[in-house]
Design a binder for this molecule. Structure first.
Ligand code: SF4
Length: 311
């Protein structure tokens, strides 16, 4: 059965929509089908570029994978690796993936390699050190202590990609961890690996709370989300009031409405490239995955190279 490009909403989709409409189109429409051998050359190129990651995103991903492995083992009653062994294994994984990226892997491709950005070794080392620090903070955290001892029946979910219906729109969520605390309350954990806290997490927390309430019962306003800032080891506990929840939902509705207005008149998830203007901000283009296409096709003026790179 052929895959269908179905419209759905997520916080990351909203971020792309706000940043550059053309990049949004490339990501969700232009790249669609680019995995097929029969795909047109441009579609294949867009699909490949869509999957390119920055070194910061990559570091966040390896941290999540390491924690997921530890928690999955704990949940299954398997003794997890000691912190130092798990962290060493993660850094080794990074070395392996870095080499794959350098060699041109489609699956493991870093933006720095894709765009031949000559990054000093110290920057790569800093990225690895940051990863190590995030993981040390995780293993030293009270959350890890709590989760290690969590009775089997209180686990709800670890890193599962799910969706739920929000007023007729499919919304995707991937909870890092969900469990019930001593009082039976639903607690969600979001591992944050950025160096600076995200100042705007209300839409994300609202979608988590809505999903949790639909999946396991109760009210979204009873769900606690803990934002675990692994770079610093600090935590933030968020429980949305009715007012905050409604404000976040209004923003999600507005985002969905704006995106749907760009689709075919019959509401089908079909979008025309010409309806998605290019952003006129070189700062955005300089860190955009798709800049090669825009530059090669003369859609944007030449950019001064970032960090000594080519584009
Ligand atoms: S390079 Fe610039 S204009 Fe082109 S898709 Fe990216 S952000 Fe948009």
């Amino acid at each position: 059965m052929a895959l269908e490009n179905e419209y759905s909403w997520s916080k990351s989709r909203d971020g792309k929509f706000r940043e550059c409409l053309r990049a949004y189109w490339f990501h969700y429409y232009g790249a669609w089908g680019g995995w097929s051998r029969d795909a047109p050359e441009r579609t294949t190129a867009l699909y490949r570029l869509k999957n390119v990651r920055s070194r910061q995103m990559w570091a966040g991903d390896v941290v999540h994978r390491c924690i997921e492995r530890a928690l999955t083992n704990v949940r299954r009653g398997i003794e997890p690796l000691a912190a130092d062994a798990a962290i060493d294994a993660t850094i080794q994984t990074m070395r392996d993936e870095w080499r794959l990226s350098l060699a041109g892997s489609v699956k493991e491709r870093l933006g720095e390699h894709e765009y031949e950005i000559r990054l000093p070794d110290a920057e790569w080392q800093d990225n690895a050190d940051h990863t190590r620090q995030c993981l040390w903070n995780f293993y030293a955290s009270r959350l890890w202590e709590t989760l290690r001892k969590l009775p089997a029946e209180r686990w709800l979910e670890i890193e599962a990609l799910n969706s739920f219906d929000f007023e007729g729109t499919k919304v995707f969520v991937k909870l890092d961890v969900a469990f019930r605390d001593d009082d039976g309350r639903i607690v969600l954990i979001d591992w944050k690996t950025g160096r600076a806290p995200d100042p705007d997490h209300s839409m994300q927390v609202a979608t988590y709370a809505l999903y949790a309430a639909q999946a396991w019962g109760g009210a979204p306003t009873d769900v606690e989300t803990r934002l675990a800032h692994l770079a610093t080891g600090s935590n933030e506990s968020v429980t949305l009031s009715e007012k905050a929840l409604e404000a976040a939902l209004s923003r999600i509705r507005a985002s969905i409405r704006d995106m749907r207005q760009k689709l075919a008149p019959d509401g089908a998830n079909v979008a025309q490239e010409a309806d998605f203007p290019l952003v006129a901000d070189p700062r955005t283009c300089r860190r955009c995955n798709f800049r090669r296409v825009c530059l090669n096709e003369g859609l944007i003026p030449p950019l001064s190279p970032p960090d000594g790179g080519r584009l």
